[in-house]
Write a protein that binds this ligand. Structure first.
Ligand SMILES: Cc1cc2nc3c(=O)[nH]c(=O)nc-3n(C[C@H](O)[C@H](O)[C@H](O)COP(=O)(O)OP(=O)(O)OC[C@H]3O[C@@H](n4cnc5c(N)ncnc54)[C@H](O)[C@@H]3O)c2cc1C
Ligand code: HEM
Length: 517
């Protein structure tokens, strides 16, 4: 195998560099923690009795301490949102927080398995060790227990088993195939993490080998997590007014709200709670208004239980258009809505680039609405000065014609104003048209596209990413282009592949960023 050239490494670094750096540091940290503890116990008296079993059990315990300290960090949303604004954003892939959370969780799972297996082996050895040898070596009284008694009657034994049961519940409910269809079940079961941490704090209290130190590792992250929850609680107390609720076609509700002290950046998201529907359920939605506007808006696709109930609450008569105005309380007297946020997301990074490709599929168009509005306001303000972004290529992919209505007003306006031709719009319709729609398209007014109302014609079918990227690579040779996607996972994979492929094979550097709902 040949060594990669400097240029190849640089190209690889564009999309993988930060992830590579983080995973390397994380792996080295884990290897160091395990090896250090393993070698340490190799030189301890306990090794004379239990041999490598004790080294392995303690090495895995050290991995557990390190990873339990780390696992909360990627879910500290407020901390991460704040860190995004610092220099660390150049080195840490903050958008991969949940992937990292899962990676740590799986390391915890494997370390637990190793730890438990090693201890069962040790219990068997302790049972067969002579009382005198045990007491002389370890300088503690010989417990004289059978492996089963070690496993279930000692503090470490029973807490360890309960932790394993808790983990089985947490892990099985967290796998994608269960989490997606049963999100609430996952959410409540996941909060068993409190029991998980609580039991691990007491797990090693009676250890004969060394005083327990688990609490020292997790006290910091747990403190930060409690602080995070307090911030969420305080924020949820703020009064929020529903200024307007508008029902769009294709089951989308646009809500405009006003709340106290709410500063956000384009591309960020918030959590919404409706106490009438569920007191403790918070759902994430991207902010679709721009910071310059005097309201905060979200576009909500009605897909399931909570969004369905919200739709019924706001629109009992199933009308289209404006259905609510200036509402503070639900009919049951509870606040109509509560907001927590804002939180940082991948789309925030758009303003790092002068040339950007935005790809919004279905409701995934929401982050770009805020970004495009913000650019519009900025352009109006800095008309003759340096623009925020030189060129935006906006690919808007919808399955049905109605979905274009969500933001057609905004995009149409931007298309008309289009200072310095900064915006290129590429609407794509991937679903089939009805017979009437086909007639409209064939015999309609040629000035404006009949599907979207824009001057740019709608293309039918899926975008041909290879042709599109090859074209952009030529146009932006030697430059950095930000590619931002929000939508389904499958499409994300094609875009990621195109971004890395054309970065590798041309002189243009496509920086890929994605958000999945
Ligand atoms: C960062 C982010 C931004 C989002 N922005 C938008 C947006 O602008 N517009 C929009 O229509 N949708 C958005 N979503 C998706 C939206 O949160 C879900 O569609 C909504 O929570 C569904 O709830 P439900 O009970 O009606 O549906 P369910 O049928 O219960 O859930 C449908 C799917 O939504 C997800 N989901 C459900 N509840 C939650 C929750 N409490 N927290 C996180 N995910 C959940 C799960 O993946 C689930 O499979 C966003 C999601 C995320 C993570
Ligand atoms: C012992 C192991 C684990 C612990 C202690 C743990 C802990 C947590 C905590 C504290 C949260 C944040 C809850 C909140 O404040 O909102 C969280 C969120 C989450 N966890 Fe875990 N977790 C563990 C394992 C896993 C596993 C195995 C998976 C998936 C395979 C997983 C996936 C998730 C996801 C998807 C979220 C939601 C994050 C978000 O949307 O904000 N976790 N976890």
């Amino acid at each position: 195998m040949r060594t990669p050239t400097k240029e190849e490494i640089q190209k690889y670094w564009v999309n993988e560099g930060n992830k590579f750096l983080l995973v390397t540091l994380y792996t080295l940290g884990n290897v160091a923690a395990f090896v250090y503890t393993f070698v340490h116990y190799y030189h301890q008296p306990a090794f004379k009795i239990a041999g490598y079993g004790v080294c392995f059990a303690r090495g895995c315990a050290q991995l557990l301490k390190l990873n339990c300290a780390l696992i909360l960090v990627p879910v500290l949303r407020n901390l991460l949102s704040w860190l995004r604004g610092t220099f660390l954003n150049n080195y840490v892939p903050f958008d991969k927080n949940i992937v990292f959370h899962k990676l740590i969780a799986w390391v915890i799972c494997f370390a637990t398995f190793g730890h438990v297996m090693a201890h069962f082996n040790n219990f068997r050895i302790y049972e067969n060790t002579l009382k005198q040898t045990y007491e002389e070596t370890l300088k503690v009284p010989y417990p004289g227990l059978t492996p089963i008694q070690y496993a279930f009657t000692t503090l470490a034994g029973w807490t360890g088993h309960v932790v394993c049961v808790v983990m089985v519940l947490m892990y099985t409910s967290a796998v994608e195939s269960i989490r997606r269809p049963m999100f609430e079940g996952f959410w409540y079961t996941h909060h068993l993490f409190v029991v998980f941490f609580g039991l691990l704090v007491v797990h090693g209290l009676h250890s004969v080998l060394e005083p327990t130190s688990f609490w020292k590792w997790v006290i910091g992250p747990c403190g930060l997590y409690i602080f995070e929850r307090l911030i969420r609680l305080l924020r949820s107390k703020k009064t929020t007014m529903l200024v307007q609720a508008r029902i769009h076609p294709s089951r989308v509700i646009e809500i405009r709200m006003k709340t106290e002290r709410f500063k956000y950046k384009p591309g960020q998201y918030l959590f919404l709670n409706c106490p009438t529907i569920a007191q403790n359920e918070w759902h994430p939605f991207t902010i679709t208004s721009a910071p310059e506007e005097d309201f905060v808006s979200c576009h909500i696709n009605v897909v399931g239980n909570w969004t369905g109930k919200l739709s019924t609450l706001l629109n009992p008569d199933k009308k289209i258009g404006i259905v609510q105005e200036n509402v503070l309380k639900s009919p049951d007297g509870k606040p109509i809505l509560r907001i927590d946020g804002p939180f940082g997301a991948a789309s925030e990074e758009v303003f790092k680039f002068k040339q950007v490709i935005l790809v919004g599929a279905g409701i995934g168009v929401t982050p770009f609405a805020s970004i495009l509005k913000h650019i519009k306001y900025q352009m109006a303000r800095t008309y003759n000065t340096t623009p925020l972004i030189d060129k935006v290529h906006f690919y808007w992919i919808c399955r049905d014609r109605n979905s274009f209505e969500w933001f057609s007003g905004l995009i149409g306006e931007l298309e008309m104003e289009n200072h310095n031709n900064f915006l290129e719009i590429h609407p794509y319709l991937t679903g089939a048209l009805s017979a009437q729609e086909i007639r409209d398209v064939m015999y309609g007014d040629e000035e404006k596209d009949l599907i979207t109302g824009f001057t740019t014609p709608t293309q039918f079918g899926r975008p041909k990413w290879d042709e599109i990227f090859a074209d952009h690579a030529l146009r932006y040779a030697d430059r950095d282009v930000g590619v931002f996607f929000c939508g389904p996972k499958l499409l994300s994979k094609s875009l990621y592949r195109a971004s890395t492929h054309y970065t590798k094979t041309t002189t243009c550097r496509f920086h890929y960023n994605k958000e999945n709902f």
